[in-house]
Write a protein that binds this ligand. Structure first.
Ligand code: SF4
Ligand code: SF4
Ligand code: SF4
Length: 509
């Protein structure tokens, strides 16, 4: 086994007088000590003493170090200080922090919005749903969240939204249907697609739809496959797992009906089915993670597809849905096992340019790839929230009553205009100002260059919630700390273990 070569060595003047500590995150593998340096976006391997001293600014003489670490000799302390000095001279271990949040280099938000050309339109064609899933955010249990209703979008409203969108859209656009259950408005959806094809033939349109799949008939299946509609089908796992929480209005589980619909879609066009159907999985108490993983790896109708995986939103859920401590512990064990096997597999497959799709791969590989491809440019005075979109610049969500919102995840919390008057840039600016003001912690957060959280992770109960975001931040930082440990453990075992990521398609979801 060969230890990875440190990317560089370290620096900080022992007499540094800067009030802030170095902007770093320290982590260890079983073999070595490392420092992730935020300013350079690089990782350095260090010895255990340098590791301890790196953020202790007051220990700036061999005597002070020996007082604190009696087992260290003055010579060892002097050597460690030399290493820190040398690192500081090279600009590593800097305490520099960004001063403000910004959306994109060289442009302010006003300019960004003025130059924007839309890319995605999401039409909330109905607030009605044929199901009553236990964890549904529209169930009425979630504070300030809309509930299921009979309100739907009529064709005329959709037409106005489309005209306004296309007027300022790119040549290739994405148009999505969202609900409730959008397929309960299949006739309107067909009308919208026909209108778009006839009125805007010069545009390349990619259609997509998020569905519980229960209403898919043979006719609907053929239509969706013919139009190559990208389908996100909600399915939580095998029958026992799905039926526990995904139920119709008469409390009957829907698994069998979803599987029948998938079969109809596959029969309509197998090749299109393989490339256009993906799954949205919600993991809810009692959390059958391992069973779910097995199902998505083995069932021939669902294996090898793309998955988006999330945990049930526990903020505001009913007491009956609150997870018990032992369920959380079992979930953690199952998830850790899954991740460990994925990391081992990643190492074993190092020489293969493309490993087969799997549930674990779709859950974990993106972080490895993102870290591998991270820009190693110096951190400036502005921080760009990596995960955040520029609200309204590319994407518009239109509610059933014609109001514009940021996206389906933010839903109705912050209207930013409407189909009559267009996007209200001042609302967008106010939204971003509020976000920036409440996000000052990000400027001092070691994960700021790795973070993928966005406005959505900050909103709970229809408003910005520092408490909600704080738990999301903790989870994200733990995730990156674990990623760093796994990443460098792999490199310690084989310095080429991750070379294959260089060839990876950067659009992995
Ligand atoms: S299918 Fe979706 S919208 Fe309908 S009840 Fe279930 S979670 Fe809610
Ligand atoms: S999920 Fe976040 S980044 Fe994505 S569109 Fe919604 S607000 Fe923007
Ligand atoms: S983890 Fe939280 S504090 Fe850190 S950059 Fe992301 S959003 Fe900001």
């Amino acid at each position: 086994m060969k230890p990875p070569a440190p990317e560089k060595t370290i620096t900080r003047s022992p007499k540094a007088t800067t009030p802030a500590p170095p902007f770093i995150h320290k982590f260890r593998t079983k073999q070595h000590h490392y420092i992730y340096d935020v300013n350079t976006n690089r990782v350095f391997q260090v010895n255990s003493l340098v590791y301890e001293l790196a953020d202790l600014q007051d220990l700036d003489s061999p005597e002070a170090i020996c007082m604190q670490f009696p087992e260290i000799s003055p010579d060892e302390a002097e050597l460690a200080l030399d290493e820190l000095r040398e690192a500081a001279e090279k600009g590593w271990l800097s305490s520099h922090r960004p001063e403000r949040l910004a959306f994109s280099p060289g442009k302010n938000l006003k300019e960004e919005l003025a130059d924007a050309r839309y890319q995605q339109l999401i039409l909330n064609v109905t607030e009605n749903c044929n199901l009553r899933c236990d964890y549904c955010i529209y169930s009425g249990s979630y504070r300030d969240q809309r509930t299921h209703s009979d309100r739907s979008m009529n064709f005329e409203l959709a037409q106005k939204a489309l005209d306004r969108f296309m007027n300022n859209a790119r040549d290739r656009v994405y148009i999505s249907f969202y609900g409730g259950e959008p397929l309960s408005r299949f006739t309107v959806i067909k009308k919208i697609i026909r209108y778009t094809e006839m009125t805007f033939p010069q545009k390349t349109v990619n259609w997509s739809l998020t569905t519980n799949a229960v209403l898919i008939s043979k006719e609907i299946a053929h239509y969706l496959m013919e139009k190559k509609v990208l389908l996100t089908v909600s399915l939580d796992g095998p029958q026992a797992v799905t039926d526990r929480h995904r139920k119709d209005t008469e409390n009957r589980g829907v698994f069998a009906r979803v599987m029948r619909s998938l079969e109809l879609l596959r029969q309509a066009d197998q090749e299109t089915y393989d490339t256009t159907v993906q799954f949205s999985i919600v993991c809810a108490p009692p959390f059958n993670f391992a069973e779910t993983e097995r199902f998505f790896n083995e069932n021939e109708l669902v294996r090898g597809h793309q998955y988006s995986f999330s945990y049930m939103n526990a903020t505001g859920c009913t007491p009956a849905m609150k997870p018990a401590q032992e369920q959380i512990e079992r979930l953690n064990t199952e998830e850790s096992n899954s991740r460990r096997l994925f990391v081992e597999d990643l190492k074993n497959r190092a020489s293969e340019p493309e490993s087969p799709a799997s549930f674990a791969k779709s859950l974990y590989e993106k972080d490895f790839s993102d870290f591998y491809h991270r820009p190693k440019t110096p951190l400036g005075n502005e921080m760009y929230p990596n995960g955040c979109c520029t609200p309204s610049a590319q994407r518009l969500f239109v509610s059933v009553d014609g109001k514009f919102h940021i996206c389906e995840k933010i839903d109705n919390a912050y209207p930013i205009g409407n189909i009559e008057t267009g996007v209200d840039h001042q609302s967008v600016e106010r939204f971003f100002d509020t976000y920036s003001e409440l996000s000052r912690d990000c400027l001092n957060c070691w994960a700021c260059r790795l973070c993928s959280l966005c406005f959505f992770n900050f909103i709970s109960g229809g408003t910005f919630s520092a408490e909600h975001r704080s738990s999301e931040c903790d989870y994200l930082k733990k995730r990156w700390d674990r990623l760093l440990r796994d990443y460098y453990t792999l490199l310690e075992q084989d310095e080429h273990a991750l070379d294959h990521l260089a060839k990876k398609d950067r659009s992995i979801k």
